[in-house]
Write a protein that binds this ligand. Sequence first.
Ligand SMILES: *Cc1c(COP(=O)(O)O)cnc(C)c1O
Length: 234
Amino acid sequence: MATVAENLERIQERMNAACSRAGRDPAAVRLVAVTKTVPTDRIREGVEAGLTLLGENYIQEARRKIEALEDLAVSWHFIGHLQSNKARVAAEYCDWVHTVDRLRLAVELDRQARKRNRVIPVLLQVNVGDEQSRSGVSPDDLPKLFEAVAALSGLSVRGLMTLPPYFENAQEVRPFFRLLRELLERLRGIAPRPGELTELSMGMSNDFEVAVEEGATLVRIGTALFGGRPAISP
Ligand SMILES: *Cc1c(COP(=O)(O)O)cnc(C)c1O
């Protein structure tokens, strides 16, 4: 198995190449290393190799790892579906939440953030493919959700996130990444503080180069960094 450092180097080269094709500054794209199912010693290896942003998508697993790795200077991004009754755990342990997709969750996360004197940076998750099986607000309902969440003082909306439909051929995902970027541009037009609305969390192991070409600022990469995951997640 390749080391995490070797995989990271290869991914950075591919991200840099995608940036130069798109005329983008590589410093504007950050890598969120998705550590779900990855054991803590391999996460440490990744952090020694230079990872600084880590992403988890099961809240109990996130909590366990954040506690076990609290000596590391990293930020933890929550990227999974979040039930409102788990907002307390997210507010206590996670630095960012990428998956705010409904007002009820936002209200609960805001309440938990204010209790802790925190302002949590969040992204609104959009269901760009209008797939029934996916979480996310529909593009049509996004402006209304944005306006409601932007009014909550415990949350700071920084941008949008998506999990687009899956295609073997990453080029076929391009229109969905482009749509997310266009939706962000439209929101900037109605945002009270448009300068804060800059992040596009999109792109995973099989399609991150296309996502970077389309404007991703946070790419979420798991298997290309750490190797394959067991078929069944905990
Ligand atoms: C697992 C996961 C990823 C990473 O997927 P890979 O294909 O392993 O890179 C990214 N985003 C979310 C929301 C995930 O759950």
